[in-house]
Ligand binder design. Structure first.
Ligand SMILES: [Zn+2]
Length: 339
């Protein structure tokens, strides 16, 4: 009897299983009611009394060894089942790709924020406009080249309905509805009939600004734009105003900022002048105020307008305007850190 038990003990130590079912088969074979080990307990009755103690201990040891070995075999498959099917809450989460704002949206938001801090509200107007709001009320003479098919997308002619060529049209709409003081900026998309190149596109974005009140002077214009330039490009930024011409402002000026790349020393970006042009501005022409039924003897004001693409190209040193419209993820991904 003891020999039989020892033989079984050796057998059990060498057991192995390649699946959970195989381990269960082993449990049935050795430990179930009709299994080998319970059978030994049946045979135990016939063991002579003087051997009962040693044989009893041996059977108990065998049973314990069988239980341990078979449990270990079973556990091994329970673990592998966990990794194949069940949820392991300690694993890292699924990666969610994070998008980014478009660089034009980033710059637009920065411009709105900067002017918002000094009291400018935001207004918008339609992209499809009439001749009055885009040209006539803004003092464009009938023979002005902007009124030519070469420069403007017309939808219908006579009456002239067209895609606005600048956001100055929103100035007129605001002044028609709101009496001074008016202090607002008008961001929006504009359209020009131009050949697409690295420097020009038929669609781009502008922000126009307008401030109308009593005693608004050119000095107010200059200080406002200096504040904007420092906030947008850094506190060391300097500005200069050069005389220019626009139909709707008098006097008119182009504003340059000191080159953001070389700081005024001269480089390729500023064509070695140390200055970069960023916007047009001027005092609102009294005739434009009259067109909107605002008394030019009582009120004065200034207006300015800039291209959002131009600001973004300067700020991020982007050398091709077409990149803004291609939506190439490799380009857009580079603005992920911006807000
Ligand atoms: Zn430079």
């Amino acid at each position: 009897m003891l020999d039989k038990i020892n033989k079984l003990l050796e057998e059990i130590k060498g057991l192995s299983a390649s699946s959970a079912e195989e381990a269960e088969q082993l449990r049935i074979k050795y430990l179930s009611k009709k299994g080998i080990i319970p059978q030994l307990f049946q045979e135990f009755k016939d063991v002579p009394n003087d051997q009962k103690k040693s044989v009893g201990q041996a059977i108990n040891q065998l049973k314990a060894a069988a239980q341990e070995t078979i449990n270990n075999l079973k556990e091994q498959f329970e673990e592998s089942q966990l990794t194949s099917g069940a949820t392991d809450l300690t694993l890292p989460g699924t990666f969610m790709p994070v998008g980014s704002r478009h660089p034009l949206s980033i710059i637009r938001k920065q411009i709105v924020d900067i002017f918002g801090r000094i009291g400018f509200t935001v207004a918008e107007g339609p992209e499809i406009e009439d001749d009055w709001h885009v040209f006539e009320a803004l003092n464009f003479p009938p023979e002005h080249p902007a009124r030519d098919m070469q420069d403007t997308f017309f939808i219908t002619q006579d009456p002239d309905i067209l895609l606005r060529t600048h956001t100055s049209s929103v100035q007129i709409r605001v002044m028609e509805q709101q009496k001074p003081p008016v202090r607002a900026i008008f961001p929006g998309r504009v359209f020009r009939n131009e050949a697409i190149s690295a420097r020009a596109h038929c669609i781009f974005h502008q922000v126009e600004g307008l401030y109308i009140d009593e005693d608004v002077s050119f000095a107010d214009l200059r200080q406002t734009l200096l504040y904007f330039a420092k906030e947008m490009f850094g506190q060391e930024t300097r500005i200069r105003l050069r005389p220019s011409y626009f139909p709707f402002t008098e006097p008119s000026a182009e504003m340059d900022i000191s080159c953001t790349l070389c700081g005024g020393e001269g480089c390729n970006i500023c064509k070695h002048t140390g200055w970069v042009e960023i916007l047009g501005c001027g005092m609102v022409d009294p005739a434009v105020l009259s067109n909107c039924e605002i008394d030019p003897d009582k009120y004065t004001g200034f207006a300015f307008g800039m291209g959002i693409e131009r600001i973004a190209m300067l700020k991020y040193q982007i050398n091709d305007i077409r990149l803004f419209f291609e939506n190439d993820v490799r380009f857009l991904e580079q603005f992920r850190a911006e807000s």
